[in-house]
Design a protein around this ligand. Sequence first.
Ligand code: NAP
Ligand code: F7E
Length: 325
Amino acid sequence: MTKRALITGITGQDGSYLAELLLEKGYEVHGLVRRSSSFNRGRIDPIYLDPANQGRLTLHYGDMTDSTSLINVVRESRPDEVYNLAAQSHVAVSFEMPEYTASADAMGAIRLLEALRQNAPEARFYQASTSEMFGLTPPPQHEDTHFHPRSPYGAAKLHAHWATINYREAYDLYAVSGILFNHESPRRGESFVTRKITRAVAAITAGRATSVTLGNLDAVRDWGYAKEYVEGMWRMLQQDVPGDYVLATGVGTTVRDFAEMAFSHVGLDWREHVETDARFERPSEVPELLGDASRAAAELGWKATTTVRQLAGLMVDTDIALLQG
Ligand code: NAP
Ligand code: F7E
């Protein structure tokens, strides 16, 4: 029997990698997309337009803030597995739009869980939780670490995390929360710090810019490669018993050191090109995220393999190629 998967956030970085992975595994994939006045499907066009995927990848209009569309998409796609990746995912933006962020990221998960409970209770549910929920708690962070979110985004995701656990305990839904640390790729949104830096390196190399302006250079993040993380999401839904897992590399790097890695990849000295401005700092920052993914290694057989330096190099190379057309 062909398995059916529903992915919310299929047009995002992770959604596009996950859709590719599931199609490779023989799944029929359904994706939720937002109506937009301009095309927002650039990341999935290569698979959507591929004749080999005709009839195997179906897109449905909907929005995490609209229950009706979520109920409809669940009824139409009749999924075996649901990956809830849709979110207002930018931490800095969440300070400007706290109410919308809560609606899309916290209430959105509840709307979808409720749609499943009432229409497809046998479906397995994956919630895209985040290391931002740990916030101020010192590293290393793992599944049993105390949460202390530092942004409207982190707080909304924590609400969704506990809602996922509650639907598992209260209604016996197969629902899991994947607590993923930062993961990046050439498909990363342009305003996240890694991609902002690698795009700047490409522009400076091409003579189109001379500098890039950043905020807090001291923040430490645990950066892995997104393509490897979607494999971990899938593995979480293949276990006999549902549980929550951290995915991380276990290596912490400052924003400053990431800049050094990206600039030195093309022989440039980051200190000559990076400026700072307080306008890119957050009202409350998360100083240090560094994950302990031992449970995922032991129970899922999952381990990150791409190093942060390799990641910086591959993102710079892709951004240079993109600029060259
Ligand atoms: P992303 O690139 O920002 O993608 C977010 C996706 O959600 C996009 O497809 C976006 O649609 C969609 N979306 C946003 N608001 C929506 C709404 N109201 N209704 C329907 N769809 C909506 O994020 P990502 O990096 O792939 O991350 C995937 C998920 O993992 C997110 O939930 C994120 O919060 C979480 N997460 C990410 C990381 C990370 O380091 N990447 C770490 C931990 C957790 P458009 O394309 O139309 O904007
Ligand atoms: O910031 C600092 C910033 O926006 C990383 C999302 O995927 O991962 C992501 O959230 C760090 C922060 O990612 C700039 O202050 C300095 O300390 O790339 P970011 P994030 O906030 O860690 C988590 C796990 C998620 O779940 C989120 O969805 O870099 N920083 N200067 C900057 N950040 C940005 N964006 N821009 C700067 O100029």
